[in-house]
Design a protein around this ligand. Structure first.
Ligand code: SAM
Length: 303
């Protein structure tokens, strides 16, 4: 989290919001259930009233980092006890947490930002609760994956989320090869100091002209989405200031013709009077490529 427009800079008093939310949703925290609560990815305003009610009413909040959670909890006047649950202590705390759930406690789980479990801790706790026949209740909200996807300007579904690529070795090679060959959009997390290398490695497999979008500092003051080819984004990433980022790689088009020829064919048909949708459908079928990817590329080319 960090600087953000909206509530983080607002003058209003938010410290009674959780109380008010708990009054509006008095049964939001379900006894004996593990609530997976999404929290903001930057802008503290991005939290639901139901999430506030659950956090206020839960018996305990399991946090990736209790000190980090304090910023959010104190902002909304939430004094619920917290405990740390992360990859280093999961194995030892899970049995106790499952016992508490079985005894009827309502537990909430949050991570440092966004939706827990998504490249974040919590999956083992959720699995243990589900295996014990207990309720696992999602309290949906912010996630960098969907925020980046909808900001990318690409057709958002189907999509594949690959998380952080491995730093080296065979696993990295396989992940990037998979990202490059999938026919639809692929979402990846990356740290700013590794972005150039990862885009370069991808360009070596997917080609330098593949469209990509990098969304950085989403929901925060310096939010920015840069779109272009892999070659263009590599140059941009060399000069861009640091921040949190997600990138979305456009799907592969498998065809003997190159992408620019396919797009040119679409635009030619459109010039001859066809609607772009129909022109795309015809060229996509002729060449056995994804309609949605070709449509997006044709739109981009027209801009
Ligand atoms: N669970 C989180 C979610 O639902 O988005 C993601 C956790 S993952 C450990 C953290 C990564 O998410 C960051 O390294 C960055 O790639 C991405 N991320 C988180 N907040 C972001 C933001 N405000 N803007 C862009 N990317 C963000």
């Amino acid at each position: 989290m960090g600087d953000a427009p909206g509530l983080a800079e607002s003058e209003g008093n938010a410290s009674d919001l959780a109380d008010r939310a708990a009054t509006l949703w008095p049964s939001a925290a379900i006894p004996g259930a593990l609530h997976i609560v999404s929290t903001p990815i930057g802008n503290l305003g991005d939290i639901s009233l139901r999430a506030l009610a659950v956090l206020k009413e839960a018996a305990v909040i399991c946090c990736e980092d209790t000190r980090h959670a304090r910023t959010l909890l104190s902002r909304y006047g939430i004094g619920t006890p917290t405990i740390a649950v992360h990859e280093h202590n999961e194995a030892s705390v899970i049995p106790r947490l499952v016992a508490r759930l079985k005894a009827g406690d309502a537990l909430a789980l949050i991570s440092d930002a966004g939706t827990p479990l998504v490249s974040d801790p919590g999956a083992r706790l959720a699995e243990a609760a589900a295996t014990a026949g207990l309720r696992v209740v999602p309290i949906p909200g912010a996630s960098a994956v969907l925020a980046a996807l909808v900001a990318s300007g690409m057709v958002p579904h189907p999509f594949t989320m690959l998380g952080f690529p491995a730093r080296k070795g065979k696993e990295r090679e396989e992940q990037l090869a998979l990202a490059a060959r999938l026919p639809h959009a692929v979402v990846l997390y990356e740290s700013p100091n590794r972005l150039v290398d990862t885009l370069r490695d991808l360009a070596a497999i997917a080609g330098t002209t593949r469209p990509v979008a990098v969304a950085r500092e989403l929901t925060k003051k310096f939010e920015h989405t840069e779109r272009g080819t892999l070659a263009e984004l590599i140059e941009w990433a060399k000069t861009e200031p640091k921040g949190e980022m997600v990138f979305v790689l456009s799907g592969a088009i498998k065809s003997s013709k190159d992408v620019s020829t396919l797009v040119a064919d679409v635009l030619k048909l459109e010039d001859s009077g066809l609607r772009m949708k129909d022109a795309v459908a015809e060229i996509a079928e002729l060449n056995g490529v994804s309609k949605s990817v070709l449509y997006q590329l044709s739109l981009d080319a027209k801009k």
